[in-house]
Design a protein around this ligand. Structure first.
Ligand code: NAD
Length: 253
């Protein structure tokens, strides 16, 4: 398959879950992948898998919440691949808690990792897109930005802001051939989801409850979300911009 043939894609949070599945799928579709994550070993493994399958990828360990690190990432991508066509802002953290349980440090870290990182990456990559004559940005928001769930005050706020940022950017650059969309995944069975379950006093019971609240009676998979991401970054979606695309088994209905 070659839906992304010749494109260069930066994917953040590429070591695990949705980012990892997207890195592997985008590479299978012909993209050259810059895999960015805090987890250096994790992205090295992803890059190795892509290379073994005959694809091309670069591991760039970085904290996307840090301006210097983001600037280094974009410089490294341009130095190695010479261009960027796709920016998939996917790295994120999922803190738990109502507002009175959320410390100031947790609040700030959530906004920095989930939201400011997108500003930092877009700030570096949009000028490249403007020089090149276009590009595609995809941001990972969440179904919790569309419909509230309990104990996600800081998280839902950060993801709601991702929707607003996506729409603003989509409008600002619509004549510059830059499309900007976001994904709103429901509950997806990823390593971080499993860690969240493990933190409950009775992880098995917590998992049963999460599954029970799903309209389809099951969790989503990272591969299912990666397929939606592939559509939105591909030329098949060239008339699509500014959307918040739910991929949630009906959770946000
Ligand atoms: N899993 C879900 O149920 C779900 C639902 C809705 C939205 N999301 C969103 O999807 C995205 C991916 O989540 P996932 O479930 O695949 O999580 P995950 O934890 O499995 O993967 C996230 C990756 O991001 C990386 N990361 C975290 N902070 C980083 C930072 N500061 N710099 C660089 N890398 C960093 C982690 O190391 C990890 O490899 C997140 O934005 C999350 O909010 C997940």
């Amino acid at each position: 398959m070659n839906r992304l043939e010749g494109k260069v894609a930066i994917i953040t949070g590429a070591a695990a879950g949705i980012g990892r599945a997207s890195a592997l799928l985008f590479a299978r579709e012909g993209a050259k992948v810059a895999a960015v994550d805090l987890d250096a070993n994790g992205i090295q493994t992803v890059v190795q898998e892509i290379s073994t399958a005959g694809g091309e990828a670069l591991a760039l360990p970085a904290d996307v919440a840090t301006a210097d690190a983001v600037q280094q990432v974009v410089r490294a991508v341009l130095g190695h691949f010479g261009r960027v066509d796709i920016l998939f802002n996917n790295a994120g953290i999922v803190p738990h808690g109502k507002i009175h349980m959320t410390t100031e440090a947790d609040w700030d870290r959530t906004m920095t990792v989930n939201l400011k990182s997108m500003y930092l990456l877009c700030h570096e990559v949009v000028p490249v897109f403007l020089r090149q004559g276009g590009g595609v940005i995809l941001n990972t928001a969440s179904a919790t930005a569309l419909r509230s769930v309990p104990d996600r005050a800081a998280y839902s706020t950060s993801k709601g802001a991702v929707l607003a940022l996506t729409r603003s950017m989509a409008l600002d650059y619509v004549r510059d051939h830059i499309r900007v969309n976001c994904l709103c995944p429901g509950t997806v069975d990823t390593p971080s989801f499993r860690q969240r379950m493990a933190a409950f006093p009775d992880p098995e019971e917590a998992l049963r409850q999460f599954v029970a609240r799903q309209p389809m009676g099951r969790l989503g998979t990272a591969d299912e979300v990666a397929k939606a991401a592939l559509y939105l970054v591909s030329d098949e979606a060239q008339f699509v911009t500014g959307v918040a695309f739910p991929i949630d088994g009906g959770m946000a209905i």
